[in-house]
Design a protein around this ligand. Structure first.
Ligand SMILES: NC(=O)C1=CN([C@@H]2O[C@H](COP(=O)(O)OP(=O)(O)OC[C@H]3O[C@@H](n4cnc5c(N)ncnc54)[C@H](OP(=O)(O)O)[C@@H]3O)[C@@H](O)[C@H]2O)C=CC1
Ligand SMILES: O=C(O)C1=N[C@H](C(=O)O)C[C@H](O)C1
Length: 248
């Protein structure tokens, strides 16, 4: 039985994830955490991670970057492995995650789907082969998403930078009065309706264009991916893990 705490249990992803955990015989939902004190669910909830009295095998976090100090301090205090799916962290917060991973196992991925992680591999391969092509990333999400660009778009851009180190991110180009340079990747965020999550990477060359695209069709894929990550993480020692570690 894998005992799980969910941070962000009242959110859209938290609701899908808690339902998923409650439906599986080998998983136990120890409690959920959400700042909303009027939350009406059938499991125990707390307003902050640090108020929790119970122990768990693993924490799964689909919340907001501002809860990072609370979740890290609880995870470090109780030595509980932590799966971080939340996006929107600044560099300072990313450094805190990395530092904490020297003491406990942390799995961190901005996208828990199998498909996006295959897309990242394909994009790296294409970036390596398509010399001189202009690369642009378009991400589309629902109108309730609070961070932009998506964590996945940033992850894709970082992976392109591993292949093409001179590349700089250019967010949206609003107000710019200069043509595109060869050393930039444009990143564009669309928000509307109930779009679950789309990522399209465009390689535009002279008279030819290649597009590599992933379209998420439900939030379940992220919830199930985070549970797979949790099962993987509880068997690891302290360290920083991502989808590549789990899939290889
Ligand atoms: N890695 C992945 O595969 C995926 C990652 N995500 C990421 O997971 C996170 C949550 O997504 P989603 O469930 O759609 O978001 P929601 O806005 O629906 O939920 C956010 C959750 O965080 C809580 N929260 C705590 N503090 C704050 C705060 N200051 N501002 C806003 N919310 C707060 C909310 O509590 P309350 O409801 O009580 O306000 C709620 O439980 C996002 O960062 C998203 O990008 C999403 C899908 C897939
Ligand atoms: O907020 C979302 O919904 C999603 N967020 C993640 C991101 O920012 O990349 C992953 C997924 O695309 C859904």
């Amino acid at each position: 039985m894998l005992k799980i705490i969910v941070n962000g249990c009242n959110g859209k992803m938290g609701s899908v994830l808690t339902k998923c955990i409650l439906s599986e015989d080998d998983l136990e939902l120890v409690c959920g955490v959400s700042p909303d004190d009027k939350i009406n669910v059938k499991y125990k909830t707390y307003q902050k991670m640090n108020y929790i009295n119970e122990n768990a095998d693993v924490i799964i976090d689909f919340s907001h970057h501002s809860t990072l100090d609370d979740v890290l301090s609880f995870a470090l205090k109780t030595k509980t492995p932590l799966v971080i799916a939340t996006t929107g962290y600044n560099q300072d917060e990313l450094n805190k995650i990395y530092d904490a991973s020297k003491k406990i196992p942390i799995f961190h991925s901005s996208n828990m789907s199998l498909g996006v992680n295959v897309l990242v591999k394909l994009v790296k391969e294409a970036a390596n082969m398509l010399d001189g092509f202009d690369i642009e990333i378009i991400e589309k999400h629902h109108n309730k998403k609070v961070d932009a660009p998506s964590g996945t778009a940033v992850m894709i851009a970082n992976s392109i930078k591993e292949i093409l180190p001179k590349i700089e991110n250019n967010y949206g180009r609003y107000g710019r009065e200069a043509k595109r340079t060869e050393n930039e990747v444009g990143i564009h965020a669309i928000r509307g309706g109930t779009i679950v999550g789309e990522h399209n990477v465009i390689f535009a060359g002279h008279d030819e264009v290649i597009e590599i695209k992933h379209s998420a069709q439900s939030k379940d894929i992220f919830a199930k991916g985070s549970i797979a990550a949790a099962k993987y993480l509880v068997n690891q020692i302290e360290g920083y893990y991502n989808m590549n570690n789990m899939l290889s």
